[in-house]
Design a protein. Structure first.
Length: 544
């Protein structure tokens, strides 16, 4: 072993072992398989044909894709700590502006410091109040708040039947501890302990373990008009359709009448089929159960009471006043796998007092705010971005000058709060807000959902409009508004419209888009996608 030293006495740097290993792996270990020449030629021909077909049918683009906008918005949202939008308009004379008054903070003596409890002031117990349900507190320490209990649902009794209507889904516990998840338009009956009859529709079953001493007599059975499905300790899905009975197994095994072998996890029996095949991803095939499962668990974060957006108004004395919601329009533009949702709301101050309002809006978890605008004296004023403290100070200075600003702040996570002043007596206030999100897509189905909210009062005029770019050939479905949505086409785009009057918006708007072309039916196909990011354009080719 020899030591080599540099002139100054320092040891020479050791060779980069990682680089050497990578080089050796690339030279010796990586031996890609040479594709069959006929297969390679077939792939080239299919890609070329798909490219020519797309080039001849796709209309010219007139504005940048939503994908590039979404990337920019996501980067901005991650980099900006505070988000504020300011509006400036013509002066509106008024007697006076509301004065919020000074804030005074009182620090108790050190020996009287109250305990600090996570969850806000409402979670703090006075020292002299005994509460056996709380964890003992120590001054100056953070203590987690106990998770609330999950909602309790009465189990289905033997002999009872359950039906779900269009757009309705239910989670039903059984006496033995098993759980039934009913899709829409489903009818089931509990004939006996661990025996269920599925007359129509679809049900996902989480089977509770059977007592060992009962043996086969405690097997869980689902009977349909054409087959009988016996669970061998499992989770599975059964659909009773006109074409036959379909079964999908996600865990364990099931025995299906008419089949020699049992179905194992990852297999499915299509309606009308005689042999099982590989099942699609459970996350895609059983996506309709996700909300039911989440609702059965006690949430770590309570849901927002302002779901769907709500404008809360206060008079100069701080008293809350109720506003009426005259118009609520939702405009959706779907393109390149992204959706831009624009919400146009018009509120009316029916009182004879000038009010100051706070508009609260929780965005969907995967959405990014892209636009805020407000109508002032009939003129649309667009918002701009500014640092939090500077925006708040500017807002207060405009209020003191009796002008018409609005301030939007990023509260937490995906929740935004906007201060609006003034809300003139017997006048409307119109607010426009847009956000962008990527649509989840699997097996040729892209899903969109608008959280219409449950806190909205009755709306005089409610409307929904969706434009799917180049979607004329797509098939669409809606579990929530199928009877209300009307489909038309315009220049190759799919248009979906709905409107109602004097309605309380209580449910989300769900929309599924299906591509029925060969490229999504398992045949050989080619798909293309492009994206702009950091001044570079990327192109992706997918061959199936």
């Amino acid at each position: 072993m020899t030591d080599n030293h540099l002139p100054n006495g320092a040891a020479s740097p050791a060779p980069d072992v990682v680089e050497q290993n990578l080089e050796r792996l690339l030279e010796k270990a990586y031996k890609p398989e040479a594709p069959d020449a006929e297969f390679a030629q077939r792939v080239r021909d299919r890609l070329a044909a798909a490219a020519r077909e797309r080039a001849s049918s796709a209309p010219p683009r007139r504005w940048p894709t939503l994908r590039g906008r979404a990337v920019w918005v996501l980067a901005a949202a991650a980099a900006v700590a505070g988000l504020a939008f300011l509006f400036h308009a013509l002066t509106s004379p008024a007697p006076h502006a509301p004065n919020s008054g000074p804030f005074v903070q009182h620090d108790p003596p050190k020996d009287e410091q109250p305990p600090i409890v996570a969850g806000g002031p409402e979670a703090i117990s006075p020292p002299h109040v005994a509460d056996e349900t709380r964890v003992p507190q120590r001054p100056g320490h953070l203590t987690p708040r106990a998770r609330p209990d999950a909602p309790q649902v009465k189990p289905l009794a033997v002999g009872e039947a359950v039906r779900t209507a269009s757009g309705e889904r239910r989670r039903v516990p059984l006496p033995d501890g098993s759980i039934l998840y009913l899709n829409q338009k489903t009818e089931v009956k509990l004939d006996a302990d661990r025996r269920v009859t599925l007359s129509a529709g679809e049900v996902f079953v989480e089977v509770a373990p059977r007592p060992a001493e009962q043996g086969d007599s405690a097997q869980f059975v689902v009977k349909t008009p054409k087959r009988e499905v016996v669970a061998l300790g499992t989770k599975f899905d059964v659909a009773a359709l006109d074409g036959g009975t379909g079964v999908t197994v996600t865990q364990g095994k099931v025995r299906v009448s008419g089949l020699d072998d049992v179905l194992t996890a990852g297999q499915q029996l299509a309606p009308g089929a005689e042999q099982p095949t590989a099942a699609p991803r459970a996350a895609a095939a059983l996506a309709w159960t996700r909300e039911l499962m989440c609702a059965a668990e006690a949430p770590l974060v309570p849901p927002s009471k302002y779901a769907g957006g709500a404008l809360v108004a206060n008079d100069p004395s701080g008293q809350q006043d109720q506003l009426s919601l005259r118009k609520y329009h939702v405009d959706v533009h779907v393109e390149d796998g992204f959706a831009r949702t624009t919400i146009d709301q018009t509120y009316f101050n029916h009182t004879m007092r000038r009010l100051e309002g706070t508009f609260n809006f929780p965005l969907p978890p995967d959405a990014s705010l892209s636009r805020l605008a407000m109508y002032v004296n009939g003129q649309l004023m667009e918002g701009g971005m500014a640092e939090r403290d500077f925006a708040r100070q500017t807002f207060e200075s405009i209020v003191r000058r009796m002008q018409d600003p609005a301030l939007l702040e990023w509260v937490d996570g995906s929740t935004f709060k906007m201060r609006v002043f003034p809300l003139e007596p017997r006048q409307e206030k119109r607010i426009v807000l847009s956000y962008t999100q990527r649509l989840p897509s699997q097996y040729g189905r892209a899903s969109y959902r608008f959280p219409a909210g449950h806190s909205l009062e009755a709306v005089r005029d409610w409307s929904f409009h969706a434009r799917v770019k180049n979607g004329k050939s797509l098939t669409w479905a809606s579990d929530t508004h199928a009877d209300l949505l009307k489909a038309t086409s315009e220049k190759g785009d799919l248009l979906l419209d709905a409107q109602q009057t004097n309605v309380k918006v209580e449910g989300d708007v769900a929309l599924d888009l299906f591509d029925g072309s060969k490229q999504l039916r398992g045949d050989e196909s080619a798909r293309f996608a492009s994206m702009d990011h950091d001044n570079a354009r990327y192109f992706m080719v997918r061959y199936r």
